[in-house]
Design a protein around this ligand. Structure first.
Ligand SMILES: *[C@@H]1O[C@H](CO)[C@@H](O)[C@H](O)[C@H]1NC(C)=O
Ligand SMILES: *[C@@H]1O[C@H](CO)[C@@H](O)[C@H](O)[C@H]1NC(C)=O
Length: 351
């Protein structure tokens, strides 16, 4: 079964159409260079050489990975052969959300059938107290990947690219999930779900893919998603999965990272990953398993949902409780495979 079948069909039509309209088919290296040249000549892309002016070595125009690694900091220990590595973007000051996550969905069973791990992505803080706190957390829990970038919202793209690079080079899990520290991850279901469908060479990029009308580039300078025409001249982003949670298979992540060396970053992290994915020839697969917090969910929905967005501390606690309860209460029940609830009618997957 292809990966698309796993994630339901809602929005796939729009994705496929968008991907067909927008995707360029090319192979790596010479093809990519040619593509950049052609686009430059037509004036429809941005100038990839304007960064790194004045540096001695001829630098690539894209993400400067060397500067993202902090060098001296301790790194999380990473076991090999993992099914899933979860990268949680977190601001240095978000001590509370990290604590809640460690005590809820990131708490690992003693010997999981499909090994997984969660790592927090945190950057440099100018606040001394916050910086000391991060050091303490890393010593205490060993689950913080401290980057060399300054931790600001506009640097989120660098944070995620650093996390992906570290994951792909040091951990090599079968899948990487990027998420945020206000999200719940179904660690009871997701690793097994992915393991069931894994095969070497699988190129999966999946999440909640934005419809076309939500992919317009925001040009209002006060917006936190503002991107200038100089940084990205097109008016619309290619199809991309929301930053609340998206999955990349290792092969897909490697492709994205390779392209990232060629493309200047924009501050909208999830859109940037979409741009890279498109250039790497990957199409996002959309899924209703990635959703916003909804008080009306039934217990058995927790056998279906993989990432839930926008939970406060008490909602994290109750989601983790539901996840555990649902395992016993809902296995083999018709709604687990049937999904009659209206918000899941289109997302029937194999469970
Ligand atoms: C991160 O953000 C700050 C402030 O917005 C900026 O000065 C810095 O150059 C950015 N990049 C890195 C790698 O820290
Ligand atoms: C969390 O959200 C729930 C539901 O929206 C609300 O009732 C509760 O007061 C919130 N709790 C905290 C600690 O903010």
């Amino acid at each position: 079964m292809g990966p698309r079948g796993l994630w339901g069909w809602k929005g796939l039509g729009c994705c496929l159409l968008g991907a067909l309209l927008l995707s360029f088919s090319f192979s790596f290296s010479p093809g990519l260079r040619l593509l950049l040249l052609v686009e430059d000549a037509q004036g429809t892309w941005w100038n990839p050489t304007r960064h790194h002016e004045g540096t001695a070595a001829p630098a690539l125009p894209g993400v400067d990975f060397g500067s993202l690694f902090s060098g001296s900091a301790l790194e999380p220990h990473c076991e090999s052969g993992q099914t899933l590595l979860i990268l949680v973007a977190s601001a240095p000051g978000n001590v509370g959300p990290r604590k809640v996550i460690r005590n809820t969905w990131a708490k690992r069973p003693l010997s999981p059938l499909h090994p997984w791990q969660a790592v927090f992505l945190v950057g440099q803080s100018l606040d001394e107290k916050a910086a000391r706190q991060i050091q303490w957390e890393q010593q205490e829990f060993g689950d913080v990947l401290l980057g060399g970038y300054l931790d600001t919202y506009r640097n989120l793209t660098l944070k995620v690219l650093h996390g992906l690079k570290w994951a792909a080079e040091k951990c090599r899990p079968r899948f990487i999930l990027k998420t945020d520290d206000d999200c719940f991850v179904n660690t009871n279901r997701l690793p097994a779900f992915l393991a069931d469908h894994w095969h070497g060479g699988l190129l999966l990029y999946a999440g909640s893919v934005f419809p076309r009308e939500k992919r317009r580039v925001i040009r209002h300078p006060v917006s936190k998603w503002y991107v200038s025409r100089e940084d990205y001249p097109l008016e619309e982003y290619p199809p991309y999965a929301s930053g609340i949670g998206y999955l990349l298979s290792l092969g897909a992540a490697r492709r994205v990272l390779r392209v990232a060396e060629q493309v200047p970053p924009i501050p909208v992290e999830d859109a940037f990953v979409g741009i890279l994915a498109q250039r790497a020839g990957l199409r996002p697969t959309t899924s209703t398993r990635f959703a916003k917090q909804n008080a009306r969910w039934h217990l058995c929905n927790y056998r279906y949902l993989m990432v839930i967005h926008h939970l406060n501390a008490s909602e994290q606690q109750s989601a983790a409780w539901s996840m555990r309860e649902a395992q016993a209460a809902c296995s083999g029940r018709p709604q687990v495979t049937g999904w009659k609830q209206r918000w899941f009618r289109s997302g029937v997957g194999q469970l």
